[in-house]
Design a protein around this ligand. Sequence first.
Ligand SMILES: CC(C)(COP(=O)(O)OP(=O)(O)OC[C@H]1O[C@@H](n2cnc3c(N)ncnc32)[C@H](O)[C@@H]1O)[C@@H](O)C(=O)NCCC(=O)NCCS
Ligand SMILES: Nc1ncnc2c1ncn2[C@@H]1O[C@H](COP(=O)(O)OP(=O)(O)OP(=O)(O)O)[C@@H](O)[C@H]1O
Length: 204
Amino acid sequence: MPTVIVVCGPTGSGKSTLRARLVERGAVGIDADEVARAVVEPGSEVLASLVAAFGDDICDNEGRLRRDVLAARAFGSAETTALLGRLTHPAIRAEIEAQLASAGDGDVVVVEVPLWRRADDWICPDLVVWVGASAERAGARVAEEGRMSEAELRQRRARFDFEAQRHEADLVIDNDGGPEALAKAADRVWSLALAADGKGHRRA
Ligand SMILES: CC(C)(COP(=O)(O)OP(=O)(O)OC[C@H]1O[C@@H](n2cnc3c(N)ncnc32)[C@H](O)[C@@H]1O)[C@@H](O)C(=O)NCCC(=O)NCCS
Ligand SMILES: Nc1ncnc2c1ncn2[C@@H]1O[C@H](COP(=O)(O)OP(=O)(O)OP(=O)(O)O)[C@@H](O)[C@H]1O
């Protein structure tokens, strides 16, 4: 059995950076956002179902998803947000489960999955790590990267209950410090993962 770490937390908090630090220490990395992009490639069944639900104009002339258009339409209400999840999450989960199933005994697999909740009842990790950074700090970092403004980051964070997610985590990392502090936190996660040795919360 591999040891599975879930890394979750708000937009721009440092999840990918922590995942990268863990991969440097020997973990196998999985990024749910990357999987989520793969399942809506042109010609995919998931994209066809999204077009049927949200309209033809969520795609451009080449049949590629216009993410901003879908986001504007889907995140407008709780009902359409839930519909988006029903149409996309099964395929995302199936692909992540397949990648987990192909991991070897003794591997440490780190799954970065922003929207994970224990009640969703999938993955069954040995260790759940929540990475948080203040909206000011995370906003400054992503704005410097040119990825989004602080206002957009706040808007994205408001779409999901990250506080409830934080309360469910085994380990909470405050990533308002610098890269050295995050590297130390990665060392701590790594030693907890090695101690868990695939015998954590997961069901048989
Ligand atoms: C609608 C999409 C195409 C918009 O893409 P876009 O690149 O503009 O935004 P992005 O994916 O970065 O999402 C931004 C943030 O919105 C929030 N968010 C995304 N999906 C959801 C959701 N179903 N429910 C609540 N919040 C969500 C998260 O905070 C996320 O970090 C995209 O969010 C999507 O495909 N969502 C459905 C799949 C999903 O839930 N992905 C999230 C991780 S697996
Ligand atoms: N401890 C840190 N010190 C300085 N910069 C950091 C630190 N942690 C993360 N960053 C920077 O903050 C930005 C956001 O980090 P990252 O991409 O890891 O967040 P994320 O949670 O994966 O974001 P998203 O939710 O969009 O996937 C990046 O530019 C990253 O280099």
